[in-house]
Design a protein around this ligand. Structure first.
Ligand code: TRP
Length: 451
């Protein structure tokens, strides 16, 4: 059943589709809490520097590999060189680890949309509301099931097309609401300290951990090093210029993450003081601070509902594409039917997701290397596997197929303006740098190195 590969209509279609997959909980939920935890301005600075260097190089590489081979990631690396098949397989494992907990967070968002809609803004703004919620047993699992089943239904009925169209309307709405909310937050009394913390880098906050966290976040947020951009690249028309499209996706994704930080970090200062504990809240940050913002504003119930519904939407479009990536990978690898693959992935996601949820409650004594279950999956996928796959991708391009293979693909239509930079980055700077970060963070993790 070989079908001819469909291509996106023009560059705008491609950029929107890729950005739609990239923009999700990574930007709205994960970026702000990492920035709050790892030194605000310093994290932002490191992130942006990494985005325009490493992010740029990897995204252009993956899109080019996809367009060149016209294959899914599972086969693309093998087609470049048969000894490198495993890298495509490894890249496909990452979404599998992300999917269950992504849906769990999606469930939290669904719950908050519900809570805002029924007008319990005040309760949600209470300090221990969120903690009590995630540590309970049935409630978070129920919302998680709603989210993951909705995702599965989209995959089964393939309303993808409809979702795609809807997201062209709802994504801009999300952007407008985020801009509006950040303006509201930064004009509150007491916000200026938070703005300073977020925008002004302090050299004291610089550590290897900042780099590792920023690098993992970069890959996660731009869906890099997990085969997604290879898949998208295989749909990208040969008529279009990859370099320009890459820039646009990057700017879009980073702008949304930046705004989410601007909305959430100053509100930590306004509503919870700016102390270390409030800033280091981690995965719960968005759910703890935003309800306080909504509770303090006129019309907070309506704005809060609208906000969480739009975030829910961004989350669903991403969870659908994560699931689709796994399902098509499994079909390619094991030659089973689409329905069977979908059910397998859904069951796997439900079991692991429930474990993640219980990890905050009755299983909270279960620690994997000192992490909660969710944090552990997040750490392994984003801080270990993504940098590793990214590094290996650079090595394949730098030494096996050679950078010229990518450069000529980019130059099929127009000049590759950053050619020299690309060459140096992909062959030497990126792999060595990623290697150094990975090794030092592993050494630190097992206690052999103190940074
Ligand atoms: N980049 C998405 C976000 O920022 C999350 C994500 C991770 C993703 N892996 C993916 C999206 C794979 C689509 C496909 O939330």
């Amino acid at each position: 059943m070989e079908e001819t590969r469909s291509t996106f209509k023009g560059k705008l279609g491609f950029v929107l589709a890729a950005a739609g997959s990239a923009v999700g909980l990574g930007n709205l939920w994960r970026f702000p809490y990492l920035a709050a935890k790892y030194g605000g301005g310093m994290f932002l600075l490191v992130y942006i520097i990494l985005a325009v260097t490493f992010g740029f190089v990897l995204m252009i590489t993956e899109i080019s590999i996809g367009r060149k081979t016209q294959l899914s990631p599972l086969k693309a690396f093998g087609a470049l060189h048969k000894k490198w098949n495993w890298l495509g397989a490894l890249a496909t494992v990452v979404p599998l680890l992300i999917f269950p907990y992504y849906c769990l967070i999606g469930g939290w968002v669904t719950k908050y949309a519900g809570v805002m809609l029924i007008g319990q803004v005040k309760q949600a703004a209470q300090d221990d509301y969120f903690g009590n919620y995630i540590s309970s047993t049935a409630d978070p699992i129920m919302w998680f099931l709603i989210f993951i089943i909705a995702t599965t239904l989209v995959i089964v009925f393939g309303v993808n097309n409809g979702i795609e169209k809807l997201s062209r309307v709802l994504m801009p709405a999300l952007l407008i609401l985020t801009v509006g909310l950040s303006i509201y937050v930064v004009t509150r009394p007491g916000a200026s300290q938070g703005i300073k913390y977020y925008l002004l880098p302090n050299i004291k906050d610089l550590s290897i951990k900042t780099f590792l966290a920023a690098l993992g976040q970069l890959f996660y947020s731009m869906s890099l090093a997990m085969g997604i951009m290879i898949t998208y690249g295989s749909y990208f028309s040969k008529e279009e210029h990859i370099e320009k499209a890459t820039r646009q996706i990057e700017v879009f994704d980073t702008a949304i993450a930046f705004l989410a930080g601007l909305m959430i970090i100053p509100s930590v200062f306004v509503f919870s003081g700016g102390d270390k504990e409030a800033l280091g809240k981690g995965p719960s940050l968005m759910f703890v601070t935003l309800p306080k913002v909504f509770n303090s504003m006129p019309g907070g119930r309506i704005i809060g509902s609208a906000f969480f519904i739009l975030v829910l939407f961004a989350a669903i479009t991403s969870s659908v594409s994560i699931m689709e990536a796994i399902v098509s990978g499994i079909i390619d690898a094991f030659k089973i039917s689409r329905n069977r693959a979908t059910v397998l992935v859904a069951v796997f996601g439900i079991l692991v997701g429930i474990a993640c949820s219980l990890g905050f409650g009755i299983w909270s004594s279960v620690k994997l290397f000192g992490f909660d279950i969710l944090d552990f999956l997040d750490f392994i996928s984003n801080s270990v596997l993504l940098p590793f796959v990214g590094m290996m991708t650079c090595i394949v391009v730098g030494f096996v197929i050679k950078p010229d293979a990518i450069i000529s693909e980019v130059e099929l239509n127009g000049e590759f303006t950053m050619k020299k930079f690309y060459y140096a980055m992909v062959k030497w700077i990126a792999p060595i740098f990623i290697f150094a970060i990975l090794i030092s963070s592993i050494l630190e993790g097992i206690g052999l190195l103190k940074i």
